[in-house]
Design a protein around this ligand. Structure first.
Ligand code: IYR
Length: 234
């Protein structure tokens, strides 16, 4: 197969893995990621910056529209700045819980037990704020168009969350709304929009999480198989 693009292509030919091993790896990936939970109770123990750097590097390997990588990660361990972020987030959340969120929304959240109180924003050793770049800047200062920004940033967030979990840490995709205060506090340029606030650290010794179940495969998928596949799964 050939390509018609103008960029150079290089071989990508990882060793072919036997199908029995692929079965095993798929099951292992499921078992590993199925133990991930969103955590709101963090240990205050520090986490070295080098670990956070690798987690951000991993997130930044995500696929993106036209490979523009339209994201920025602001990593905060400065306690004074974390406290300012917490204050501002709680101020927004108080308004949201008091009058911005619908009764239906609050009823949906009731089993999770969330409220405007966000101690994890100062307990977690790191706050990582993920910004979406609505456009980029070329070296000459001109604007460069970004494509599928929400999709790309969502995928990068997924990579980040999975990497945090695989590293043995935990996180939570927190969305104080509106999030404009994060761009101000972190001095981000106007083309960037905060999308997620991700505390990162170890879970607290007494950490608990809501008891939830996940939708079964049948509820989240539909199948349109070749005769070969239909026979193989019998
Ligand atoms: N941002 C608020 C409310 C909230 C909204 C959803 I959707 C959640 O899944 C959880 C919380 C908060 O963080 O409390």
């Amino acid at each position: 197969m050939s390509h018609s693009g103008s960029g150079r292509h290089i071989p990508y030919q990882p060793a072919r893995i036997p199908i029995a091993e692929v079965h095993r790896r798929a099951a292992t990936a499921l078992a590993e990621l199925d133990t991930r939970r969103s955590v709101r109770m963090f240990d205050t123990a520090p986490v070295p910056r080098r670990i956070i750097e690798d987690l951000i590097r991993t997130a930044s390997t995500a696929p993106s529209g036209a490979h523009m990588q339209p994201w920025h990660f602001a990593a905060v361990s400065d306690p004074a700045l974390k406290a300012r972020i917490r204050d501002a987030a709680e101020a927004e959340e108080r308004k949201s819980y008091a009058h911005r969120m619908s009764d239906e929304w609050k009823a949906a959240l009731a089993p999770l037990g969330t409220d405007a109180h966000k101690p994890h924003l100062t307990d977690a050793p790191w706050l990582v704020v993920l910004f979406a770049q609505t456009w980029g800047l070329n070296p000459d200062g001109s604007r460069c168009k970004h494509y599928y920004v929400s999709e790309s940033v969502g995928i990068a967030a997924g990579f980040f969350i999975a990497a945090v979990h695989r590293a043995g840490l935990c996180t939570l995709p927190h969305t104080p709304s509106p999030m404009g205060f994060l761009g101000d506090l972190l001095s981000r340029p106007r083309q960037e929009r905060a999308t997620l606030l991700l505390p990162v650290g170890f879970p607290a010794a007494n950490c608990t999480v809501p008891e939830i179940t996940r939708k079964p495969l049948i509820a989240v998928s539909s199948w349109f198989e070749s005769p070969h596949d239909a026979k193989a799964s019998e």
